[in-house]
Design a protein around this ligand. Sequence first.
Ligand SMILES: Nc1c(NC[C@H](O)[C@H](O)[C@H](O)CO)[nH]c(=O)[nH]c1=O
Ligand SMILES: CC(=O)[C@@H](O)COP(=O)(O)O
Length: 171
Amino acid sequence: MSKTGYAAPAKPDAVEFSDVRIALVATRWNVEVVDALLAGARACLKDWGVPADSIGEFRAPGAYELPLAAATLLRSETGYWDGVVALGAVIRGDTPHFDFVAGECARGLMDVQLATGKPVGFGVLTVNTPAQAVERAGPGEGNKGYECAQAVLEMIRLAREANAGAEGDAE
Ligand SMILES: Nc1c(NC[C@H](O)[C@H](O)[C@H](O)CO)[nH]c(=O)[nH]c1=O
Ligand SMILES: CC(=O)[C@@H](O)COP(=O)(O)O
């Protein structure tokens, strides 16, 4: 059990996510930390068998723009992307701006996933100091980008299980 009491999900077999397409969208603020989150998310997608050519990578200016970025990616007519991993780092400054940026980012990403029915991972650090951000973007366990990508894939798994159950009931 990790220090936060989080019990990791069962690892997939080689093909469970071979047909999944995931969009990564990362901000340009605090870019060294955000790029470390991006590396963590990519490591997770690789561990879980998402093909490299099924992963898209996009940039948004800041965390405030992530909800529109996610909505743009998921509302395309083609339905191409199965989920979005939203990555950013909001570091508290001297004014209330932090609260608005972080709060609206979180609320907006939640609205997008509920409106589209597709998972949008909240991989946005909301921290008081740069050191706290670095602690959550290191290699291995505890990288919030890895955890966020894993959550998106697990929600895709859940949807598939739910649909399979519904189809079974319909037979
Ligand atoms: N201070 C941080 C920001 N601020 C910028 C906003 O996200 C937004 O891009 C701007 O207000 C224009 O709309 N963004 C972060 O991602 N992280 C920060 O620490
Ligand atoms: C999260 C922010 O917008 C913050 O970094 C801006 O810093 P400040 O509140 O000192 O303007």
